[in-house]
Design a protein around this ligand. Structure first.
Ligand SMILES: Cc1cc2nc3c(=O)[nH]c(=O)nc-3n(C[C@H](O)[C@H](O)[C@H](O)COP(=O)(O)O)c2cc1C
Length: 388
């Protein structure tokens, strides 16, 4: 019998497979969007508004999606976004994602709220990026930054759109919480999903013990069932550009600011010495009712000047990726579908997802008459409503 993941024909198909595979609180944690899902809808609507205009009868036989960014040659302008708790969805989920990314030559970002030590991921998949959530506490900041440097991390991503946790009502409705509260309901959910229960959860407990938050602090964080777990992430609402400047003076590698939506913030990131920014609305998990990432992109790109701009939130297709590239993005990060793929198919599942996306990119480049993603010009984009 073939693995379930091989049935997936597109990134969206992994969601259907993961919904069956994961206990419902875990599926809810990954799939959810905050409050009323307005930002989620805005992202979809923005992708629908931006239309591609193909050029015909051009020789594209030598086309390639290869992309250079931050000193590396990547096989395509796509990457795996940082996602916390991945090792609860897939056995050794962070390592699965990082190894698949390494094999596929795309960037992968280790999360601050991962349950796997960043040192372990960096050792197994050198070249992985690391994302930090930081409070305005210099000892804490220095400890995390130095730890990433000691682990050989070359690119540090500071996620800046989480000064407070988003209003994730869906977590309460879906009975998911951190700390994870053991309950009869949770046990029943586990028993009705035996592949996940034994293949991920029991296997993790037996081989790694109770998962801890490993990367949010200079030292090891609390176990996921600890009462004090929320407090351990520190208050992030005081973290500011002053702290970014301090990090810049300490961190020798590439520095990336994630969560930019306002053009002025791209300028401030450049002033603070960042090497790149990621336009992001955090996969619609933070402030609801924000501008769509794709709508924010052109303004950020023009304000950023020579600073490379990347993007995430809601991108699922090769055509979605190319729309962002045409509007100035250099790399498009994707979150949930890769985690669903890791849950249902492990490393092979994630590689299958990346392969599907690369095939879409390749096919679309031919149909658009372009040899490289970067050669897709603004003239090949029509924004519906612009001509009214
Ligand atoms: C389950 C999950 C966990 C996430 N955890 C983090 C995190 O720890 N740090 C972070 O910067 N972003 C986190 N994000 C946001 C992603 O990095 C990314 O911005 C978003 O998922 C992209 O949208 P997409 O899932 O629609 O592709 C998380 C997203 C999901 C779905």
């Amino acid at each position: 019998m073939s693995d379930p993941y091989s049935q997936a024909l597109s990134l969206n198909d992994f969601q259907t497979l993961a919904r069956r595979h994961l206990p419902s609180p875990l599926y809810t944690y990954v799939s959810g969007t905050c409050e009323d899902g307005l930002t989620h809808e805005a992202n979809r609507a923005a992708l629908r508004r931006v239309c591609l205009v193909p050029r015909i009868l051009r020789d594209t036989t030598s086309r390639t999606a290869e992309t250079s960014l931050l000193g590396c040659a990547w096989s395509a302008p796509i990457g795996i976004a940082p996602m916390g708790l991945s090792a609860l969805m897939a056995y050794r989920g962070d390592i699965v994602l990082a190894r698949a990314a390494l094999a596929e030559r795309i960037p992968m970002v280790i999360s601050a709220t991962a349950l796997t030590r960043l040192e372990d991921v960096a050792r197994i998949a050198p070249g992985s990026w690391f994302q930090a959530y930081l409070p305005a506490d210099r000892a804490w900041i220095d400890g995390v930054v130095d730890r990433a440097a000691d682990a050989g991390i070359g690119t540090l991503v500071l996620t800046a759109d989480l000064p407070a946790a988003g209003n994730r009502e869906y977590l309460a409705r879906g009975r998911f919480s951190t700390p994870l509260k053991p309950s009869l309901r949770l046990a029943l959910d586990g028993l009705t999903h035996p592949r996940w229960l034994f293949g991920t959860f029991v296997r993790t407990l037996m081989n790694q013990g109770m998962p801890h938050f490993e990367n949010s602090m200079p030292g090891r964080g609390a176990p996921i069932i600890a009462r004090n777990v929320e407090r351990e992430f520190g208050a992030r609402d005081g973290f500011s550009w002053k702290d970014v400047a301090h990090i810049r003076s300490r961190w020798k590698g590439h520095l990336v600011i994630k969560g930019v939506l306002h053009p002025e913030d791209a300028r401030l990131a450049a002033d603070a010495g960042a090497d790149a920014v990621i336009v992001s609305c955090h996969g619609s998990r933070q402030l609801d009712g924000t501008i769509a990432s794709l709508d924010a992109l052109p303004g950020v790109v023009s304000a950023a000047g020579p600073l490379p701009v990347m993007i995430d939130s809601g991108f699922r297709r090769g055509s979605d990726v190319l729309k962002a590239i045409a509007l100035g993005a250099r790399m498009v990060f994707i979150g949930r579908p890769f985690l669903y793929a890791a849950a249902v198919g492990g490393e092979a599942g994630v590689r299958h997802a990346v392969t599907l996306l690369k095939a879409e990119l390749d096919r679309n480049m031919a149909m658009l008459g372009i040899r490289t993603p970067a050669s897709l010009g603004r003239d090949q984009i029509h924004i519906a409503g612009d001509d009214r």
